[in-house]
Design a protein around this ligand. Structure first.
Ligand SMILES: [Zn+2]
Length: 310
């Protein structure tokens, strides 16, 4: 009898200890797993927020451009004088082309988001070093001279969007078509030239457009527009801004090993450091042999993050 009781008690104790152990194990597993799950969740949401902040920053910058547009237009005085260029007998109409430079490393400087208060200064630097580049512009009033300078000085004038407002241009296919048409018409009206090159705001790989991107690619090619992304980022649009040496280093390191380097830079009201970096980049590369700066032309191999899927 006594033994039986003891056995029962022992059995009871054993079960209790077992249950207790299980509770401890489950709690341990829970407290170990929970922070991990939370970390993954936080990481994902931080990433999403970052992308969102970047796109907001970009839009905010464009809005700032429109706000200061009028002031800037009256402030902006160029050192450029159309007549003096004619007198110096510059011939800019024939763009230098990749085909003329076999065996060279080909550098394509591209500037998005202009014109800005700095476009004239930027063009002055390019003129000083006789470097040709590509501008993917927006439709901005008060910059007629800058649009025409870009073309007349032998650069390529491509389009970027009407006002860089994602909610308009990436709303749907119709919104995209309207945006492209509006900026193309705007440029034609200002310069008498239809742009042939396009750069998607946020790149062709942007995740903002929710529809079928093939329709956008079709629309561009149906309208004789070739889109270009980039394979070197200067990161001059980094939130908070980078100094000239950092931007120049990003470019000089980024082009290493590339026969064709399409460099993303910006022509924007808050990015003077881009122009300072530009001088460092040009001086450094012009000191090297077999490196040439070229504007994008129909002979340039397109750099595209996403291509049309068949
Ligand atoms: Zn842009």
């Amino acid at each position: 009898m006594e033994e039986n009781k003891n056995n029962e008690y022992n059995e009871y104790r054993r079960k209790r200890v077992k249950r207790f152990k299980r509770i401890i194990l489950v709690s341990l597993a829970f407290f170990v797993a929970l922070p991990n799950v939370l970390c993954v969740f936080l990481f994902l949401s931080i990433n999403k927020t970052n992308t969102y902040i970047q796109s907001l920053a970009e839009e905010l910058n464009i809005l700032k451009i429109s706000e200061v547009e009028k002031v800037v237009a009256s402030e902006t005085k160029s050192t450029y004088d159309a007549q003096s260029l004619v007198e110096q007998d510059f011939v800019f109409k024939v763009l230098p082309d990749a085909e003329e430079y076999p065996g060279y490393q080909r550098i394509y400087l591209t500037f998005d988001d202009g014109p800005s208060r700095y476009t004239n200064e930027l063009l002055d630097v390019l003129l000083k070093y006789n470097v040709k580049a590509t501008f993917f512009v927006l439709a901005q009033d008060g910059y007629d001279d800058q649009y025409n300078r870009i073309i007349n000085e032998g650069h390529t004038l491509g389009i970027h969007s009407y006002k860089h407002v994602y909610s308009d241009l990436y709303s749907d296919l119709n919104g995209f078509e309207n945006d492209v048409n509006s900026v193309s018409d705007f440029i034609f009206e200002k310069t008498g030239t239809r742009p042939e090159f396009y750069r998607f705001p946020g790149g062709s790989s942007n995740t903002i457009y929710k529809g079928d991107k093939n329709e956008l690619f079709d629309y561009l090619s149906d309208n004789n527009l070739v889109y270009f992304d980039w394979n070197v980022a200067s990161n001059d649009a980094t939130f908070g801004g980078l100094g000239k040496s950092q931007i120049a280093n990003n470019v000089l390191n980024g082009i290493k090993g590339k026969d064709e380097a399409v460099i993303l830079m910006h022509d924007a009201n808050d990015k003077h450091s881009t122009i300072e970096a530009l001088e460092i980049i040009i001086q450094s590369l012009q000191a090297e042999e077999n490196v040439v700066f070229l504007p994008i032309t129909s002979n340039t191999e397109p750099v595209q993050h996403i291509k049309k899927k068949d």
